[in-house]
Design a protein around this ligand. Sequence first.
Ligand SMILES: O=P(O)(O)OC[C@H]1O[C@H](OP(=O)(O)OP(=O)(O)O)[C@H](O)[C@@H]1O
Ligand SMILES: O=c1cc[nH]c(=O)[nH]1
Ligand SMILES: [Mg+2]
Length: 216
Amino acid sequence: MIINILDTKQTILNKFISEIRDVNIQKDSMRFRRNIERIGEVISYEISKTLDYKSQTVSTPLGTKIMQLPKKDVVLCSILRAGLPLHNGLLNYFDDAENAFISAYRKHISETEFEIKVEYFASPNLDGKTLILADPMLATGRSLASVYEGLKKHGTPKEIHLACVIGATEGLNYIKKYFPEDTKLWIATVDENLNKKGYIVPGLGDAGDLSFGEKL
Ligand SMILES: O=P(O)(O)OC[C@H]1O[C@H](OP(=O)(O)OP(=O)(O)O)[C@H](O)[C@@H]1O
Ligand SMILES: O=c1cc[nH]c(=O)[nH]1
Ligand SMILES: [Mg+2]
């Protein structure tokens, strides 16, 4: 896996990351969602530097210009719920992408043990496409790995990009085993620790709840 950690350079991205972490600012759920979306936009721009482009002629009112434009083969796939604001950010830039949505949640067996349940699954054919798989939190890595197992039935993408906001080192190491070697991970920032409940520390808390409210 090719790992790109975006906060290793000092950019405006750091402000967006600090606001989603900040226990006071993150209470404003509209700002939280918008910051995740803004991070999705930054990730899109970085991914766009690696895509395949082809020459196309654009007509202006005064003439023509040959431009290099990205091929229209992107599929954006997000993991519900927390993936939705990140999906919006990616879609703001890859506006003609096809879209896939998959649900994954932690079904707790005990306070500290859980299994990943994948239930809703809607995806186009992935053969030969550029797959961008988005989930803001990469904690144990089990949600991303389970979703990818399911996606394999929908075809073989030409290339795979993973778009994440905060990861834990353990999760990064876990998913390396599941994805093809040339998969590119784009992640805003990485923390060292996971707690007993599988939450990233210091992380930000529960991204799904902060975006959409607590669930039962
Ligand atoms: O790397 P993992 O250990 O699998 O954890 C990460 C998952 O946890 C969060 O989802 P959650 O289960 O909280 O569901 P939600 O989006 O509905 O809140 C997050 O959006 C990831 O999908
Ligand atoms: O820290 C974490 C881990 C999983 N899901 C979250 O929303 N946050
Ligand atoms: Mg959650």
